[in-house]
Design a protein around this ligand. Structure first.
Ligand code: ZN
Length: 318
């Protein structure tokens, strides 16, 4: 029965083997890193939503070079994005990665943790406790599946590598003489947002509490909470703000997005007061937000943003 045993062994090997190379999506091409402040670099990702062409890559992975090594913020949407980030870092510095920060639960920001963890098994990965709880509840797996579906398998090989260290509002982490101060102001873009201030370089990483040239999915957010979070973070007086998507810049970056949310909320509130339903006010709200009509995702998201604002205004009114 030698043949039978061999067949069984082969079948077992097939069933239980880790992913073969054929089950792994292709590498992502290297994108340029832009220096936005002393020792601070950002790879500004494409502005679209995840698709086979961008391979799911769409966020702004960033890194800060300290005396002892590199701190990474949001290594991207897949193991392939994380590997690309490591290649780009290596072109600029030979230092190891010594810390990772994840700004919130949305998988386009943190699924790349896997590549960093593989290269640096002991690296601490920080995230808000609500993010850690959401991953324990299955949100990480949902994001892995969503990315695979939207990219038609280009992110395959990516698994769930979440934060292993909690980061709360007011926490201060020091790496290589550089300060990483955590800001969290309740439900904003999600329940799990942290923004990272690096006072030595007057830089703040905003996560998706602020986007630039692109409108977000707000489904998990609170519009007034998001407006408030932007007011609070601007009290840092940072010189450079790095949004979750789109170009970095000065205070005008968070101001412009805050203005989007304010116009959305106040315009919907006005027509809500006049008794219009959410779909009846769409043209008026679109024209009030005309300055943002060129932002990526505007047409797709506007109806949803109005509905969300409407629900939150109705709830506040109740
Ligand atoms: Zn997000």
């Amino acid at each position: 029965m030698k043949f039978g045993i061999t067949s069984l062994a082969l079948m077992a090997a097939f069933l239980f083997s880790p992913l073969s190379l054929a089950d792994r999506g292709p590498a992502i091409k290297d994108y340029p890193a832009k220096q936005v402040a002393d020792n601070v670099y950002v790879i500004h990702g494409p502005l679209g939503t995840p698709n086979p062409e961008n391979q799911g890559f769409m966020n702004n992975p960033a890194f800060v070079i300290t005396n002892d090594g590199i701190a990474v913020i949001d290594p991207g949407s897949s193991v392939q994005t994380g590997e690309m980030l490591l290649r780009v870092i290596a072109k600029i510095s030979k230092k190891p990665v010594i810390a990772v920060f994840n700004t919130h639960i949305h998988g386009d920001h943190w699924l790349g943790n896997q590549a960093i963890r593989t290269a640096y098994p002991d690296v601490p990965i920080y995230g808000h406790p609500n993010m850690i709880a959401l991953i324990e509840a299955g949100e990480g797996r949902n994001w892995v599946n969503l990315m695979e579906r939207l990219t038609k398998g280009k992110t395959m090989g990516t698994g769930v590598t979440g934060p292993n260290k909690a980061a709360n509002n007011g926490d201060v982490f020091k790496y290589g003489g550089i300060t990483f101060k955590v800001h969290h102001y309740g439900k904003a873009h999600t329940t799990s947002d942290i923004m990272i201030e690096v006072p030595e370089y007057a830089v703040t990483f905003l996560g998706d509490n602020v986007l630039n040239k692109r409108v977000p999915r707000l489904d998990d957010g609170d519009i007034l909470g998001n407006i408030e979070a932007i007011t609070r973070i601007m009290e840092t007086g940072s010189k450079t703000y790095v949004p979750g998507h789109g170009p970095s810049g000065d205070a005008r970056v968070p101001q412009a997005f805050q203005r989007y949310l304010e116009i959305l909320y106040t315009t919907v509130k006005k027509y809500y007061g006049e008794g219009l339903s959410d779909f009846e006010m769409k043209d008026q709200v679109a024209s009030a937000l005309n300055a943002y009509a060129g932002w990526s995702g505007f047409d797709e998201q506007l109806g949803k943003h109005i509905s969300l604002a409407y629900l939150q205004i109705e709830a506040a009114d109740f």
